[in-house]
Design a protein around this ligand. Structure first.
Ligand SMILES: [Zn+2]
Length: 315
């Protein structure tokens, strides 16, 4: 027989559910049965819970009371998804102005907003620190689960499914968007899914293609920036001549491509424009022109030594 210890309960919370903050007159034993005691990371405990939280379904055996709490919250969120959806889709003012019509509000009537607030408070409630006889309970693990907008979900998938249910979104669309943009940009994916609630198969494909292209463009730009950063390694300076100005990036290109004379620059003209065409034709041409005059000037060894501030990088 295992001994279940009652957790320490602050006096003002003695009739409060540790999971959701509602009035509680019952105790929950964790783990549920004494033969599961060896599967959990802390000692068996009892804590105050409301009738509803006691009756919520939870899958399998949780290894700690905290992961069990995630399960309870998950079940609460699913049960009250429609209520919570009211606050996700409307503000209080919009609700009042709408005179309570619209599909989501059917059956809620004037109590829609209070019902949302109660459900939200219960989902966001985070008990008190757990201790037994003044000794804090060990084994808290925050690494599992997924957090979005201050609410903890069992997983990213649970977070997706919850929003789909609460906001009547397209599941496949939201899932695919998250795959493309990553879970750290959940709010962005959610916004797109929200703007495209009722999509046909074809419309969904179009949206997904569009977002994929956008992300690809961003990646390309990032790579380009990285490449530019890498190439700008020499502390070169612009060289102002009577005919034109040679820019540091062009001079660096010449140095790294062993392009020491005007002749070799003419030979490598195509490669030069390939490297700078992303800056636009006129800019690339100005860079090329400046470099031409610079290489002409460098034919004079005295000029190189006395007038070229970048001379040391050519040796
Ligand atoms: Zn409760």
């Amino acid at each position: 027989m295992s001994h279940y210890s009652l957790i320490d309960i602050p006096f003002n919370l003695r009739h409060t559910c540790w999971f959701c903050g509602e009035p509680s007159f019952d105790l929950l034993s964790f783990p549920k049965s004494s033969h599961q005691v060896r599967q959990i990371t802390h000692q068996p405990i009892e804590l105050p819970a409301c009738k509803e939280c006691l009756a919520l379904p939870s899958a399998g055996v949780s290894e700690s009371i905290w992961s069990f709490r995630d399960q309870i919250k998950h079940a609460l969120m699913n049960k009250y998804a429609k209520h919570l959806g009211i606050g996700l889709q409307w503000t209080k003012e919009e609700l009042e102005a709408s005179e309570f019509h619209g599909a989501i509000l059917e059956g809620f009537g004037k109590s829609a907003w209070p019902m949302y607030e109660i459900a939200k408070e219960r989902v966001e409630y985070t008990g008190w620190d757990l201790a037994v006889d003044g000794e804090p309970l060990d084994g808290y693990d925050e690494s599992c689960g997924y957090e979005f907008n201050g609410v903890r979900y069992l997983s990213i998938q649970a977070c997706i499914e919850y929003h789909v249910k609460a906001m009547s979104l397209d599941l496949v669309l939201l899932e695919t968007l998250i795959e493309i943009v990553g879970s750290e940009r959940f709010a962005y994916a959610l916004r797109i899914a929200e703007l495209n609630r009722d999509v046909s198969y074809k419309e969904r494909l179009t949206i997904i293609d569009e977002i994929k292209n956008q992300e690809q463009d961003k990646d390309d730009l990032r790579e380009l920036n990285e490449a530019e950063k890498l190439s700008a390694t020499l502390p070169l300076v612009a060289v102002v001549m009577d005919e034109a100005t040679a820019q540091p990036e062009a001079i660096e290109w010449a140095i790294t491509h062993s392009c020491t004379t005007l002749e070799s620059l003419i030979e490598q003209e195509d490669a030069f424009f390939d490297a700078f065409e992303h800056l636009g034709g006129p800019t690339a041409f100005a860079l090329f022109d400046g470099l031409q005059w610079y290489l002409v000037a460098r034919r004079d060894a005295v000029w190189c030594e006395e007038s070229d501030p970048n001379d040391e990088f050519w040796r």
